[in-house]
Design a protein around this ligand. Sequence first.
Ligand SMILES: [Zn+2]
Length: 228
Amino acid sequence: MTDTSLSWLYFHLTRQEYGSVSLDLKPNIWINTTNIVMPPRCFEAYIYETAFIGMVVSAVEVYPQECLGALLGYRAWNSVDVTRRAIVENAISYQTAERTRNTVEIKPRHEFRCKDMLYKLCSLEFIGNFHSHPDANTTLSKTDINSMEIGNIEIVISVNKKKRTTPWEYNAKTNELCGVFGDYRFTVAAYSCFKDGDAKKYEKIELLCPFALGIGSKFMDIIAAIPK
Ligand SMILES: [Zn+2]
């Protein structure tokens, strides 16, 4: 994914409260009830059915090129651990993304229009992006890492032509969700971007998607002929 470098200060300024947590005027800085300033950090991602379907369909639609979209949801937290889990309720694909087989970017003004409309229309927050890696693994590129914002997550969907059918499963060692649907094999990974001292860091985090684990019966894996 290419760096779009658009600041979303607007959203943080206009949304003053998030549950019982108040937002400071700086982006991605939260103040809890004891006034300790901490940037949010997600340790795991929970993906709803609607978000999963949105990401998979986007990845397949443009295969073998890359897809790109916004993740909508919220960050569940408790007062002890600050942010623990990114809840991804929906995934919206950017239609105007300019794509190749290994890059994808959206013009800042188009990205702004989408996020501005989403803010006005729904109660969910922008919590990161998703994009696909056609015929490649889920490892983040240098550009992917640079474009991540502290407090947000990035979901990467690797799409390959399938060789054999396997049920959907979660690999706890690699923190990846993997399975076959139709003609394609998908591997999904989530990354969290966080602040460590003055440094911006990222890590692969645990991924929960109960819906995906129910996919993979032989009845759902019928391959339909592509219309000419
Ligand atoms: Zn990438």
